[in-house]
Design a protein around this ligand. Structure first.
Ligand code: FES
Length: 105
């Protein structure tokens, strides 16, 4: 089991066990302070928006165009660090990842 650090919307940090093989969103939606993920991972709601710690942002797989298109519509979009967590495969290589839950859309 890997671990990630999740910063909630109040700025509090939580270290969470994370199972490789899941989407990052599937880990985060189980948390009380996590993401809503209303569309269930279909890349159509953006309620799984997170900010990836800058040290990690470049280590994640690149965004596909549908993720990029949806992100750029968000008022809280940050080009370098915004990701839709339903589009990120959580792998062992991401053990130690740090992300912050983005504000409600
Ligand atoms: S869960 Fe809806 S876009 Fe990610």
């Amino acid at each position: 089991m890997a671990r990630i650090t999740v910063v909630d919307r109040d700025g509090k940090e939580h270290v969470v066990e994370a199972k490789p093989g899941l989407k990052l969103m599937e880990i985060l939606r189980e948390l009380d302070y996590g993401v809503a993920a209303i569309c269930g991972g279909l890349c159509s709601c953006a309620t799984c928006h997170v900010f990836v710690d800058e040290a990690w942002a470049a280590r994640l797989p690149k965004k596909q165009s549908d993720e990029q298109d949806l992100l750029t519509e968000l008022s809280d979009y940050r080009p370098a660090t915004s990701r839709l967590s339903c589009q990120v495969d959580f792998t062992e290589a991401l053990d130690g990842l740090k992300i912050a839950i983005a504000p409600d859309t």
